[in-house]
Write a protein that binds this ligand. Sequence first.
Ligand code: HEC
Length: 191
Amino acid sequence: MNKYKVLGIAVVTVVTAIVASSCKNKRSPGWEYAPNMYEKIAFDPDQANPNFKDGKTAQLPPAGTTPVGFTRFDYPKTMDGYNQASIEVKSILAPTAKNMEEGKALFMTFCSPCHGKTGEGDGIVTTHGFPPPPSYSKGQSSRGGAMKDLTDGKIYHTITYGLNAMGSYASQLNPEERWKVVLYVHHLQTL
Ligand code: HEC
């Protein structure tokens, strides 16, 4: 046997052994180059985590904390929440011409189809059998009191949660936009 033949047999044997052994465990990826590229150190949110008491990675934020950029409105969708907001919640916006103009544009888009362009409660959908909302300037609120006396907090609460046939606008209008609309509703209350 010459030495090349011996070397050839040795190479074939080693390669066969590698190929055969690499297929043994179908779940194993085999030899990984730089495994830290595949196996990251960070936990996935749905992964079990021994670092926390409840063993979960996704933890709730600590009680009483507010995410950056989030505006709190801690008044529940109840009559008590409505009355409490009426006393405590005041607009964060100055009644400038620009805010009024933007409030008007938002009102025309989101509110006028029911409340009407002048807040009389004669919007287009009321001509199709939808119960007409009370006039902002002359009507009575179903929760008591004249519509023209509705406060910042009561209007903001209504936009946030809706009321009976009126839905919530919390997902369409962010807090600042809601305050712009409130500004315009105050204007319509005086008509
Ligand atoms: C789908 C029709 C509809 C739309 C759109 C709508 N509303 Fe209303 N809204 C109503 C009805 C109906 C009522 C009367 C509800 C009741 O008293 O049962 C009402 C009542 C109100 C009240 C009186 C709440 C109270 O305490 O009595 C306010 C303020 C108000 N809406 C503001 C708005 C604003 C601002 C928008 C736009 C962001 C809007 N609404 C959009 C139908 C609508």
